[in-house]
Design a protein. Sequence first.
Length: 86
Amino acid sequence: LQSQLGNHDGEKLFQRLLDFQAQRFDPGDGERLLNCPTPNCVKMLVPLSLVEQRADVNCPQCRQSFCAACSQPSHLESCEEAELKR
């Protein structure tokens, strides 16, 4: 589809289509779809075990390290305490 469109408007339309499909995506058991905290970045699938462990994960696009439980930049304290500091 993208190769058929070929122009800037076509690329924007194709990106909107991909974004729409990503919003409708339903991860399987044992996975969670997370938003990178970097503005206008990507979503990524992570194992549910990392979410439960509140582990730090790295975005495959921008390399931002963030908490799998709250999708905010990495922090040492609990997600709740980090939220109060923001």
